[in-house]
Write a protein of this length. Structure first.
Length: 231
């Protein structure tokens, strides 16, 4: 009987530790990014870029309270979302267009999975979401593309690499004016309010959004935001 009790307590201990481990695993979306051409930036441009990034992260952390962001090596960023992980693509596109409208570019890889190790710093945490994001960012650097979406599941990744190709085609062709309109549209502004902010007529806003491929972007965005809660 004593042996049995010891075995039971051992099993209980294992279950307890397994429970603690599972409790520390969070479903997450991770965005990894590198500024394109950062080494060629002049000091004034680098200062402007840093101001844009600071304002962007200040705004997004107020909008999505679970968002954690860290900038490292000067030109690299990492963002995690656990509660609002379905917002990852919207945030990535907001960052892309925020920079494009001021003539800066960033490549971003979104990884959908989990965080199994949480560190005090975003860049030293780990999990399948990080493992999906990092290698695809490296692939973007080699291919010269701007965005990639992947996950821990092969079927998910296969679908989202197709959508990534569509988004790359659009992002690579955006003008500053189109990026400006898309940036505001991603924040759910009406075309009337966008026209007022940009000091142009509403038909011009519509024209810019159509030329920017907004209807396609919107469909991909809606798909991401509907499917992420289920993975």
């Amino acid at each position: 009987m004593g042996h049995y009790n010891g075995k039971t307590r051992g099993n209980e201990y294992i279950c307890e530790k397994l429970g603690e481990f599972m409790a520390n695993i969070s479903r997450a979306s991770v965005i990894s990014g590198d500024i394109i051409g950062s080494s060629q930036l002049k000091p004034a441009s680098r200062k402007k870029l840093q101001q844009l990034l600071s304002l962007f992260f200040e705004g997004t952390t107020l909008e999505w309270l679970d968002l954690r962001a860290q900038q490292y090596r000067g030109d690299s960023i990492q963002i995690t979302l656990t509660i609002n992980r379905l917002a990852a693509l919207r945030i990535a596109l907001l960052l892309q267009t925020c920079l494009l409208k001021d003539n800066f570019k960033i490549r971003l890889a979104i990884g959908v999975g989990d965080i199994s190790f949480k560190s005090g710093e975003v860049i030293t945490s780990d999990g399948s979401a990080f493992q999906a994001s990092g290698p695809y960012l490296d692939a973007l650097t080699k291919s010269g593309e701007m965005i990639s979406i992947a996950g821990f599941d092969e079927e998910f990744t296969s679908e989202w690499q197709v959508h990534s190709a569509s988004l790359n085609y659009i992002l690579e062709r955006l003008t500053r004016q189109q990026a400006e309109a898309v940036y505001l549209q991603l924040q759910d502004h009406t075309q009337a309010s966008i026209a007022k902010k940009l000091k142009i007529k509403q038909p011009s806003v519509h024209q810019r959004l159509q030329a920017a491929g907004w209807p396609v972007v919107q469909k991909i965005l809606n798909r991401f935001e509907s499917v992420i809660p289920m993975v």
